[in-house]
Write a protein that binds this ligand. Structure first.
Ligand code: FE2
Length: 270
């Protein structure tokens, strides 16, 4: 098959397997809730993380950590001074953001973008439920929804809690701004896990579509579904469009009975 996929399909459409009646209310709540919280940039170091598709690597969009590596010492000192924590530019490693111990401050994100042309694909990223590390995104141990999120997104959180997860390890809103794109990348290395990492993607707005790409980039499939599970070992990205678009991704562990029933239904349909 062209895609790694799930059970022989490129993705699993969850419409009909999950109660979606709350989606219009979620859709209306999100833009208002986002006004009450402080979303952040993310995705600026996907190339450095080694997860981008090969054809993305030389697309000209600048990566946080490649820029920091090549930066003059005085500029790196400026960058360090913009951090939330006190950093000594002489001893601080020049790697920041996801997969490092050094999160970017809001000022550092904006400065890298404006002074050094770094590209952040998701300029509105908000964690309803935070994961500390990438490899921790499927475990719900010790995690709760942020109190601030409870206040700003009550309907959304009620919907997320209704999803068929035994535990939720991460729930994140990804907003792509007008004219921006999300580069093709994969979240899991093929063969790194025996089973497909479990997640539900929520795209209530038909204007935002996640596109899957084959290993060579030749075959593409724009997922036309409001609720779906895809194999994040497949390259995926979002094409640029004239308007702001958002989606929510929830990672965790599915209810085993629900998963068995889903598999039975999917295989019967094929
Ligand atoms: Fe991804």
């Amino acid at each position: 098959m062209t895609f790694h996929g799930i059970w022989g399909l490129p993705f699993v459409d969850l419409e009909g397997s999950v109660d979606a009646t709350a989606l219009p209310a979620v859709h209306a709540e999100i833009p208002l809730g986002l006004l009450e919280v402080a979303p952040r940039y993310t995705g600026g170091s996907l190339k450095w993380m080694g997860v981008c598709a090969p054809w993305v690597m030389d697309d000209g969009f600048k990566d946080v950590n490649f820029v920091l590596e090549a930066m003059r010492d005085e500029d790196f000192a400026t960058f360090c001074a913009l951090g939330d924590a006190k950093l000594d530019p002489r001893t601080t490693p020049r790697t920041f953001g996801d997969e490092t111990e050094r999160p970017l401050s809001r000022k550092q994100e904006r400065w890298l973008e404006m002074a050094h042309g770094v590209y952040f694909p998701w300029k509105t990223c908000y964690h309803f439920l935070e994961n500390d590390r990438w490899d921790d995104k499927h475990s719900g141990a010790g995690k709760t929804f942020a109190p601030e999120a409870e206040a700003a997104f009550p309907k959304t959180l009620a919907f997320l809690r209704s999803l068929p997860f035994r535990e939720i390890g991460r729930a994140v809103l990804f907003g792509v701004h007008s004219s921006d794109h999300a580069p093709f990348h994969r979240d899991s290395e093929p063969g790194s896990t025996l089973s497909v990492p479990q997640s539900i993607s929520i795209y209530p707005d038909a204007r935002k579509k996640l596109t899957l790409a084959s290993e060579d980039g030749e075959t593409r499939l724009a997922i036309d579904a409001r609720l779906f599970w895809f194999n994040d070992m497949d390259y995926h990205g979002v094409d640029a469009a004239p308007e702001f678009r958002w989606s929510i991704r929830v990672d965790g562990v599915f209810e085993p009975a629900w998963l068995r029933d889903l598999e039975r239904r999917v295989r019967r349909r094929r």
